[in-house]
Design a protein around this ligand. Structure first.
Ligand SMILES: NC(=O)CC[C@H](N)C(=O)O
Length: 244
């Protein structure tokens, strides 16, 4: 049901797999090399997830090389997955990858490069917990009924900018924002921590909801068995499991 991309410096794949599994999904780890050799592999999945990490060592910009490879080899297969009501997720390095290859925000529908994620304003790598506000204007199935929540961040290049390079739009349409930082840690435009494409089926975010699926993972060691991040994965599993 869920393909989790691995290989070439992606390193949060197991953590992401654990989150989808805890949400009731069945997970398969798929190496980029195998997927490039046979893009039709994607036909047996409903969700494709790009984990966090340091793909290709962040050389020439986080997510840039992975994004080029995925776009060059898998654009049609991924478009087909989305068209048959599949979901795509990118977390942290995965979000950077989706943005660099143009699948986010994709306002023009042609994967043109509209935005970027660049070095944090402080110039430092940030490893912290942040508060997130869920944008209720965004109808994406990924964030349905989610309350505002705390989430860890771990990144060096998290400053979201909407460049509008090939688009006429100067600003990201407000309904495509999924999450905003309550206290902007990296200088992101409009406090943006995560966005979707216009279909709502593609979500990318810098924070790591997969690292908050149990209450004890929170710095305050919450007594709740579940962490707030789990509902995002539950939403996705419910969406692809329901008969529509
Ligand atoms: N945790 C991550 O995925 C980090 C993403 C990327 N390597 C960065 O430092 O910005």
């Amino acid at each position: 049901m869920i393909a989790i991309l691995t290989g070439y410096g992606i390193n949060a794949d197991k953590e992401l797999g654990e989150a989808f599994t805890a949400a009731g999904g069945s997970v398969e780890f798929v190496h980029l090399r195998d997927l490039i050799d046979d893009p039709s592999m994607l036909e047996s999945f409903r969700i494709l997830a790009f984990p966090g990490g340091f793909s290709f060592g962040d050389h020439i910009g986080s997510g840039t090389i992975l994004g080029h490879m995925v776009k060059n080899h898998l654009q049609d297969a991924i478009n087909q997955l989305i068209q048959r009501d599949g979901l795509v997720l990118g977390i942290c390095n995965g979000f950077q990858t989706l943005v660099k290859m143009g699948l986010l925000p994709n306002t023009q529908g042609d994967w043109s490069n509209e935005a970027s994620l660049i070095s944090n304003e402080s110039g430092l790598f940030i490893d912290d917990w942040v508060g997130l506000t869920v944008n209720t204007l965004n109808p994406s199935p990924w964030i349905r009924n989610m309350p505002d929540f705390d989430c860890p961040i771990r990144h060096g290049e998290g400053k979201f900018i909407y460049a509008g390079m090939n688009a006429e739009l100067k600003e990201l349409p407000k309904e495509l924002v999924a999450f905003r930082y309550q206290d902007n840690p990296n200088g992101s435009q409009d406090d943006i921590a995560g966005i979707t494409d216009p279909s709502g089926r593609v979500l990318g975010m810098m924070p790591h909801p997969e690292a908050f699926i149990r209450g004890e993972q929170h710095p305050r060691r919450l007594k709740t068995s579940q962490g707030a991040g789990l509902s995002l994965f539950r939403n996705a599993v419910a969406y692809v499991s329901s008969d529509k």
